[in-house]
Design a protein around this ligand. Sequence first.
Ligand SMILES: Nc1nc2c(c(=O)[nH]1)N[C@H]1C(S)=C(S)[C@@H](COP(=O)(O)O)O[C@H]1N2
Ligand SMILES: [Mo]
Length: 296
Amino acid sequence: MGYKPDYTRDDVTPKSLWLNRRQIFAGAAGLATASMMRPALAQELTPNTLEEITNYNNFYEFGTGKEDPAKYADALTIDPWSIEVGGLVDNPGTYSLADLTDGMTIEERIYRFRCVEAWSMVIPWNGFELNQLLEKVGVQSGAKYVAFETAYRPEEMPGVRFPVVEWPYVEGLRLDEAMHPLTIMATGIYGEPMPKQNGAPIRLVVPWKYGFKSIKSIVKINLVEEQPPTTWEKANAREYGFYSNVNPTVDHPRWSQATERVIGAGIFAQRQETLMFNGYDEVASLYEGMDLSKFF
Ligand SMILES: Nc1nc2c(c(=O)[nH]1)N[C@H]1C(S)=C(S)[C@@H](COP(=O)(O)O)O[C@H]1N2
Ligand SMILES: [Mo]
């Protein structure tokens, strides 16, 4: 199962938006068509089984145990679903999921997924590039960051009774990170609608960052000027930074990030070396000149 885009960027992007995108990307190492952007890694990756992907989850709204989301996320109502888009955009409003994803090409992306707790999986997502959504809502020139928010539903989410983190779960990306073609909004796995424990009906996936950046079950997207607060930075800024790029040379204060346990490889399997940016070297130019031990 390889990642084979069946279109090029020019098929889906009007010229004016394309130019606009190039400006937003100014400074990044060139822009290419979707086919050139395909992660070279995808060919070598063997996806985890659906069983593994849906039974070992972090979704604290349903409990902090790895098996809690599979047990309790069924209670989440995902239809109807809408996303409130606001802040520095031309077309703010509350969009139904259907309206927001109308015209998007849903394609498969097989990505490595590296959790900050030093385990990893390979997941075959179905989704579209976040930059398509941002183009649709029209990003205004003052916007520098994208802020995301998860649904907060005490009647459906048993985990939010406990103040393990501040609810609702929030995350953020710098605008150039959000515009990068590797950053997707995922709506499915293995060609099926997104399982609830994985963040149905729509969640973010940022494959070069620790898993907690990939916020689930999104109900709000705001374009903002200032770096937005994020759940884990609010919980413990010494341990979790805004950027959270996968980086084997910057340890978590309480454990090493140099290696990872591969879920599904078996308990006797050797740990795998963690790769800078989780192996997605093409994002390195986004951080040129930044001290990544300071901006971790
Ligand atoms: N709303 C919300 N999103 C979340 C989390 C969460 O607890 N709540 N956990 C994060 C963490 S720590 C990880 S590792 C990934 C896990 O995604 P998966 O269960 O689909 O593998 O989701 C992230 N997104
Ligand atoms: Mo995580």
